[in-house]
Design a protein around this ligand. Structure first.
Ligand SMILES: NC(=O)c1ccc[n+]([C@@H]2O[C@H](COP(=O)([O-])OP(=O)(O)OC[C@H]3O[C@@H](n4cnc5c(N)ncnc54)[C@H](O)[C@@H]3O)[C@@H](O)[C@H]2O)c1
Length: 373
C-alpha cells in the first residue's frame, strides 16, 4: 500500500478501468464511481481487480457525493466521468452540460460539504477544446481556423480557409500545444470539457490545490465500448473490417487525427497523480503524429483482411479537419513518451475484439451498494 486513496469518477469506463487496475497494482487504495451509462456499458461492470472499491454513482446527484465523502477522503481525485458524444452533443446539449459541467461542480460542492480538500485533481480534458486549431500558410503566417460551415462542406472545400490577410497557398495544420493554441470549441461536448477545466481551475486555485489537466487526443485500444455508436472511430473501423466490409471514409480521406493507445494515456494519467507541480498544469497527450483517416482505415483493413476502404465525400457537421498533439510539455511535466505505434496498437485492439465475440470468463468486481441519506 502507498497509503494514498485515489478516487476515480467514470472509473468503469474505457480509460478509467485500466487506470484503476494500474493504480491498484501500484498499491493505491482505489475507489471508483460510475453510473454505468447504458450507451457505454452493455455488459454491466467491467472486470476489475478484487481490491478496488466500485460504487454505482451519478456525479450529478449531491446526496450521493455526501454519502461517499462521509467515509472516503481521497488524496487524489481523477475526474473522468463524462458524456462523450461529440456529434451527439449538438442534439443533446443539456445532457452533456449537466453531466460534464454540473457533475464537476457537484463534486466540488460535495468536497466543500464534507470539509475535505484533496492534495491533487487530475482532469481528462480533450483536444476537442481547440476546435479547428491553428493553421499556417506556406510563408509561416499562423491563423486560427474558423469552424467549417455547412455551405463550405457542401462545396467539398475541406480545409479551413485562410483569412484574406494571411499569406497565399495551401495552409497546413499546426500541432496542438496548450501553451500557444487558443481553445475554440466547435461543438457542445468540447465547450463542456473546456468549462470543466475552468470550473476545476477556479476552485482548485482558490484552495491552493494543484490541478493537472491532460488534453487527450483520440484514444483507442482494448476495452473501448464496442456498443457506443457515438465514440471510438478506431473501434468502429475495426468492427467494419472484421465483418469484411469496406470502411467508408469521410470527406476526401484526409481528415487527420492523432491516435494514442490507451496504455500510453494511462501512463500519463498515472504520472499526473504523482506529479509535484503546483498550480494548474495543462498538457497535450497524443502519439505526437497526425494520421489520415484513409491511412488508418487502410491499416485496419489490411490487418483484418478486409477489402480496401472507400472515400465517400460525405461529412459530419462539427468534425474538425485536423488534430495532433505537441507532446513536449507532457514530456517535461510527466516524463511522457508514447510507446505504442499504430501497427502494434491496432493489432492489440483487433485481437481483443476477437475475444469479445465469445462469452467472457472474467468475473466483475462486486459494486458496493451506496446508502444515500
Ligand atoms: N476516449 C477518448 O478518445 C477521449 C479523448 C479525449 C478526452 N476523453 C475524456 O476521458 C474521459 C474518459 O473517457 P473514456 O474514453 O474512458 O469514456 P467512457 O465513456 O468509456 O468512460 C466514461 C465513464 O463515465 C461514466 N459516466 C457517464 N456519466 C456519468 C455520471 N453522470 N456519473 C458517473 N459516471 C458517469 C460512464 O458510465 C463511463 O463509464 C472522459 O472525460 C472523456 O471526455 C476521452
Amino acid at each position: 500500500m502507498t497509503g494514498r486513496t485515489v478516487l476515480i469518477t467514470g472509473g468503469a469506463g474505457f480509460i478509467g478501468s485500466r487506470l484503476a487496475a494500474d493504480l491498484a497494482a501500484d498499491g493505491d487504495d482505489v475507489v471508483l464511481l460510475d453510473v454505468l451509462h447504458p450507451q457505454v456499458h452493455a455488459g454491466g461492470w467491467p472486470a476489475l481487480p478484487a481490491d478496488i472499491t466500485a460504487i454505482p454513482f451519478d456525479v450529478t446527484v449531491p446526496t450521493m457525493w455526501d454519502a461517499v465523502l462521509r467515509s472516503v477522503r481521497p488524496d487524489v481525485v481523477v475526474h473522468l466521468a463524462a458524456e462523450t458524444g461529440t456529434g451527439q452533443s449538438l442534439t443533446e446539449a443539456s445532457r452533456h452540460t449537466r453531466v460534464n459541467v454540473v457533475g464537476t461542480s457537484e463534486l466540488l460542492d460535495g468536497l466543500h460539504r464534507a470539509g475535505h480538500v484533496p492534495d491533487r485533481f487530475v482532469l481528462a480534458s480533450s483536444r476537442a477544446v481547440y476546435g479547428e486549431g491553428e493553421w499556417a500558410t506556406p510563408d509561416g503566417t499562423r491563423f486560427a481556423a474558423a469552424a467549417r460551415d455547412v455551405r463550405q462542406l457542401d462545396r467539398a472545400e475541406w480545409d479551413p480557409s485562410a483569412p484574406g490577410d494571411a499569406g497565399g497557398g495551401p495552409a497546413h495544420p499546426l500541432a496542438h500545444a496548450a501553451a500557444t493554441t487558443q481553445p475554440r470549441p466547435s461543438n457542445v461536448y468540447a465547450a463542456t470539457k473546456l468549462a470543466q477545466e475552468h470550473v476545476l481551475h477556479a476552485w482548485a486555485s482558490a484552495h491552493g490545490t494543484p490541478l493537472s489537466v491532460l488534453r487527450l487526443q483520440n484514444v483507442y485500444g482494448p476495452g473501448q465500448s464496442l456498443t457506443n455508436p457515438y465514440t471510438g472511430i478506431v473501434s468502429l473501423f475495426g468492427r467494419l473490417a472484421r465483418e469484411h466490409r469496406s470502411i467508408p471514409v469521410y470527406e476526401d480521406g484526409h481528415i487527420t487525427r492523432d491516435f494514442v493507445f490507451v496504455d500510453d494515456v494511462v501512463r500519463a494519467l498515472s504520472a499526473a497523480t504523482r506529479s509535484t507541480t503546483e498550480g494548474t498544469s495543462t498538457v497535450d497527450i497524443g502519439s505526437g503524429a497526425p494520421m489520415t483517416l484513409l491511412d488508418l482505415a487502410a491499416l485496419v483493413a489490411a490487418q483484418a483482411g478486409a477489402p480496401a476502404p472507400q472515400v465517400t465525400g460525405q461529412y459530419r457537421l462539427g468534425d474538425v479537419r485536423a488534430a495532433f498533439a505537441d507532446v513536449s510539455a507532457a514530456a517535461d511535466a510527466l516524463g511522457y513518451v508514447p510507446q505504442v505505434d499504430p501497427e502494434h496498437g491496432i493489432a492489440l485492439l483487433l485481437a481483443w475484439m476477437a475475444t469479445q465475440d465469445a462469452p467472457t470468463q472474467d468475473v466483475p468486481a462486486q459494486p458496493q451498494p451506496l446508502r444515500v441519506a
